[in-house]
Design a binder for this molecule. Structure first.
Ligand SMILES: Cc1cc2nc3c(=O)[nH]c(=O)nc-3n(C[C@H](O)[C@H](O)[C@H](O)COP(=O)(O)OP(=O)(O)OC[C@H]3O[C@@H](n4cnc5c(N)ncnc54)[C@H](O)[C@@H]3O)c2cc1C
Length: 427
């Protein structure tokens, strides 16, 4: 039996290693166009800023793949013949398989802006983007970043660290307020501006202008402002990378359509990680998850099922962690923007740069939390959310969840008292 895996990101690499444990004698090949050896995508920014070397972003020593008898092929797959069980590879031609895992990740969104293909306009997703950034930054004094979110702020931090003046163009009235409640979003606004980065809210891009040589020379906003810049970062979100699957006739919606076993709608083909869309029968929205840990979990499930198991994917309780310009952000459970107005208690430090929000149900039991500038332990909060612990008890036991004792311990009485006061108020 020969299993081919397209993509060597966290999903592909996890699947390959788990499959090796389950099927010691099968042939396993992992094909990826971006790099021969897997590396950690979230670490791209640290490579650029000189905090890490590229080789330190590889989760495994290069020898591991030989030791595990996993063939690594550096090539782009240009077609999948599902019935003939053949891949077409850009450089090396046909490549046979018995079972296939598609783990092609995401792609940066582009919205058809005039000038979006000029030199100096780029996204931040992969090693090719990093190479482009090294080249582009050399000739950049002012950069424009279009779109908010996590990748936007990372790119801003990278450019800022290289001495480039950065301006954000953000369509919303506050940074990332389509995801964050109003107060948390306001913290990010303060953080960005405090770092010396210009943040233009409620500002949309109309076009990117050519400097006369095919390179970006500036942008014009929808309200007619012309802004000078030599680099434009497009960070208006990512979408599942379905180009190959779609072109090969494998059914796709927003992502490659799969069931809870991550099996695609054609025989012997699975899809997992950022590129997959799990169909939830009877529900309005399918499940697309585009973070590191879900890629890892889905990779394991795909391996179990490629090996012949019948394992269903259990997404568990959602969580995410990120760092915005040195400010840590954690969220466990789903905190919606509407949490600012309903069903939550919220504490914010007088500096306006640290906060904690506990979201509760109608019986005042914990369903989710988020924190900024304050680390709270995931392994403590997750069971509290799973058990729907009473909010009163959560507040009494906050010390159990603290991660950074010096800072949080000082603040705990203030945090607990502020949250308790809000809890006393009638719903
Ligand atoms: C800049 C950045 C920072 C991030 N930071 C975080 C973070 O802090 N925390 C977090 O949880 N998540 C973060 N993410 C998201 C996280 O990195 C992704 O969710 C995760 O990498 C997805 O893994 P994947 O294996 O599904 O896909 P990918 O990592 O995208 O890997 C897919 C691979 O498939 C290859 N491929 C695609 N098509 C083909 C083809 N036709 N032929 C051959 N190869 C192909 C691609 O080149 C790529 O190498 C970040 C993402 C980015 C871009």
């Amino acid at each position: 039996m020969h299993v081919a895996i397209i993509g060597n990101g966290i999903t592909g690499m996890t699947a390959a290693l788990r499959l090796r444990e389950l099927q010691p004698d099968w042939e396993i090949s992992m094909i990826s166009g971006e790099s021969k050896f897997p590396y950690s995508r979230p670490a791209l920014m640290y490579v650029f800023m000189g905090h890490m070397r590229y080789q330190d972003t590889k989760p495994f020593d290069d020898d591991v793949w030989d030791d595990q008898r996993i063939e690594l092929v550096r090539d782009w797959v240009t077609g999948i013949d599902v019935t003939g069980k053949q891949l077409n590879l850009h450089r090396s031609g046909s490549f046979g398989f018995d079972k296939l895992l598609i783990a092609t990740g995401s792609k940066s969104n582009k919205f058809g802006w005039p000038g979006q293909d000029l030199e100096g306009v780029q996204g931040l997703y992969d090693l090719m983007d990093l190479e482009q950034l090294y080249a582009n930054v050399e000739r950049t004094k002012n950069a424009m970043i279009v779109g908010g979110g996590l990748i936007g702020i990372e790119l801003a931090e990278m450019l800022h660290s290289a001495g480039v003046h950065v301006t954000f163009l953000v369509r919303e009235s506050s940074y990332w307020n389509n995801i964050l409640p109003a107060q948390e979003s306001a913290i990010i606004n303060r953080l960005i501006r405090g770092a010396g980065i210009d943040l233009l809210l409620e500002t949309e891009l109309r076009e990117i202008q050519d400097d006369g040589t095919g390179r970006v020379g500036g942008v014009v906003t929808k309200d007619g402002r012309a802004l000078d810049c030599q680099l434009v970062g497009l960070t208006a979100g990512v979408s599942p990378n379905t180009a190959l699957a779609e072109a090969s006739g494998i059914p796709c919606g927003r992502g490659v359509l799969v069931d809870w076993r991550l099996q695609a709608q054609v025989p012997n083909v699975f899809a997992a990680g950022d590129c997959a869309e799990i169909v939830k029968p009877g529900e309005e929205r399918n499940l697309i998850q585009q973070v590191w840990y879900t890629g890892k979990m889905q990779g394991r499930v795909a391996a179990e099922n490629l090996a012949g198991g019948g394992v269903e994917y259990d997404p568990g309780i959602w969580y995410n962690s990120a760092k915005f310009l040195d400010l840590e952000y954690h969220t466990y459970g789903m905190v919606f923007p509407s949490a600012a107005a309903e069903n939550s208690v919220y504490w914010e430090h007088a500096s306006g740069m640290h906060c904690l929000r506990l979201v509760h149900d109608d019986e005042r039991r914990l369903v989710a939390m988020d924190s900024m500038g304050l680390r709270m332990r995931h392994e403590v909060f997750e069971p509290w959310i799973a058990q729907r612990l009473a909010l009163r008890e959560v507040i009494d036991r906050l010390a159990e969840a603290r991660f950074d004792p010096e800072f949080s311990a000082q603040l705990e009485p203030e945090i607990a008292s502020a949250l308790r006061d809000q809890l006393e108020q009638p719903v």
